[in-house]
Design a protein around this ligand. Structure first.
Ligand SMILES: [Zn+2]
Ligand SMILES: [Zn+2]
Ligand SMILES: [Zn+2]
Length: 446
């Protein structure tokens, strides 16, 4: 039994045509988010199961470090096992997603609608009632708004955490609906160059600036952000990010102007220069991980986990199947609150076209679970795929094109090595994709 849902944050590193979201429109088979995994916690996960090896190289042309990194298993890991869980340094909901009333906590991306409200909106049936409402874990009674700008949080803790990290510098106060406020103008410009399916948000960059701006220890945050690779060119391989192409210069200049007006800070001068802004863009583009949350799919998982007599099980299953059919008719496959975040550990995972690890968000908020897709031996590298499941099935030539243009490397994983003798042909899927504009070089692919 499978159900449509863009796998919550299935794995995407930002970039290309995207985060690794599984969407029906990409001709992927419908995939349901996997059931929640037992939380393992950063402590036990990181230091128990994996080693992070970091190699840093200073690049004069880049304002932070070029890094070659990898995550390696310290002990045997079984298929399906949780390797680690991790919270992002920064996350932000996509702007169109928010505009289309997918309500998420401004801090942790938790879906704020109850499963029933979510089902009503997505199916276009305002009178719909869900059986077993007690299985929905959303707590409207705990939700809070920022008293100044009315932005919503799932809890007092999230409101405080946002305030302490970046929201003091980013709160629009009474101007939150003023289209002429510089932050609103920046968001508007971003939406206009970055249509759905969305893969990134300019607010991720804005929150980085705001975080440093209001931090007492600015150096600490700058060091943390500098852990992410931000190169926009790979000189050994003579690869340049497609952002550097002529095509995007106008859009980049426009965004940089608005970004500067909205957020300029004297401690971060270099993020506002043309090169620095481009690096910031590349940082978010190559490291941003897609995050998807859904109170409805969490409710469905809880239903699936119930032990029920056969007849009740059949009834409940039939109800859920019909609900997903109704939703598909009304809303298509945009089921989740969607956004992206910067995760230090996850971004240290290298790519493979045959990955042994996968990121997901089973807890309905930004906590990332990295799970083993196959048995991993001690000492083996843990790799995720920067390509979505459809892109992964394309020819070696097509995969390499996507990875080169967006992640600036030439893949030499076992699959690519075994296909090294294949002629450089573009796979049929990609031609189809191009026909739909899916893999076209657009700003939307960043
Ligand atoms: Zn929250
Ligand atoms: Zn506020
Ligand atoms: Zn490969």
């Amino acid at each position: 039994r499978t159900r449509a849902a863009c796998v919550p944050g299935a794995a995407g590193i930002a970039g290309n045509s995207g985060f690794i979201y599984v969407r029906l429109e990409n001709q992927c088979p419908p995939v349901r988010p996997r059931p929640p995994l037992a939380p393992c916690g950063l402590r036990s996960g990181v230091f128990f199961a994996v080693n992070v090896r970091v190699l840093m190289l200073k690049l004069p042309t880049c304002f932070v470090h070029l890094q070659g990194k990898g995550i390696f298993a310290k002990r045997d890991i079984r298929k399906g096992e949780s390797i680690f869980t991790e919270r992002p340094l920064i996350s932000a909901q996509f702007l169109w997603n928010a505009l289309y009333k997918y309500k998420a906590c401004e801090y942790c991306m938790r879906s704020l609608e109850t499963a029933e409200e979510n089902a009503q909106r997505l199916s276009g049936k305002p009178g719909l009632s869900l059986p077993r409402p007690e299985l929905c874990r959303v707590r409207p009674d705990l939700q809070q708004a920022c008293p100044q700008c009315q932005v919503m949080y799932c809890s007092a803790e999230c409101r405080q955490a946002a305030l302490d990290q970046y929201h003091r510098a980013l709160c629009l106060g009474g101007s939150h609906e003023d289209p002429d406020h510089p932050v609103n103008k920046l968001q508007e410009a971003w939406r206009n160059v970055h249509f759905p399916p969305e893969t990134s948000s300019i607010m991720l960059m804005a929150k980085m600036v705001a975080t440093v701006k209001q931090a007492q220890d600015k150096g600490r945050w700058q060091r943390l952000f500098s852990q992410f690779c931000c190169r926009s060119a790979n000189e050994e391989e003579e690869l340049a990010h497609k952002l550097l192409g002529e095509k995007f210069q106008g859009q980049l200049a426009l965004l940089r102007g608005l970004f500067t007006t909205a957020l300029y800070d004297e401690h971060l001068v270099r993020w506002f220069t043309p090169e620095g802004f481009c690096s910031l863009f590349s940082l978010v583009g190559t490291n941003g991980q897609g995050i998807g949350t859904s109170s409805l799919s969490q409710w469905v998982h809880a239903c699936d986990a119930l032990e029920l007599p056969d007849q009740q099980r059949e009834q409940l299953d039939a109800f859920i199947d019909q609900l997903y059919k109704d939703i598909e008719k009304e809303t298509g496959d945009f089921l989740n609150c969607e956004g992206s975040g910067l995760f230090l550990l996850q971004s240290s995972c290298n790519h493979s076209c045959v990955p042994n690890g996968e990121a997901s968000f089973p807890d309905n908020y930004f906590l990332l679970h990295l799970t083993a897709l196959s048995d991993v031996r001690a000492g083996e590298e843990i790799c995720i795929s920067y390509l979505d499941c459809c892109q992964r099935d394309r020819s070696r030539h097509s995969r390499h094109k996507i990875l080169r243009e967006n992640y600036l490397f030439v893949c030499s994983c076992s699959k690519c090595t075994s296909q090294a003798d294949e002629p450089d042909v573009t796979s049929d899927e990609e031609e189809d994709g191009e026909a739909e504009g899916e893999t076209e070089d657009e700003m939307t692919d960043v």
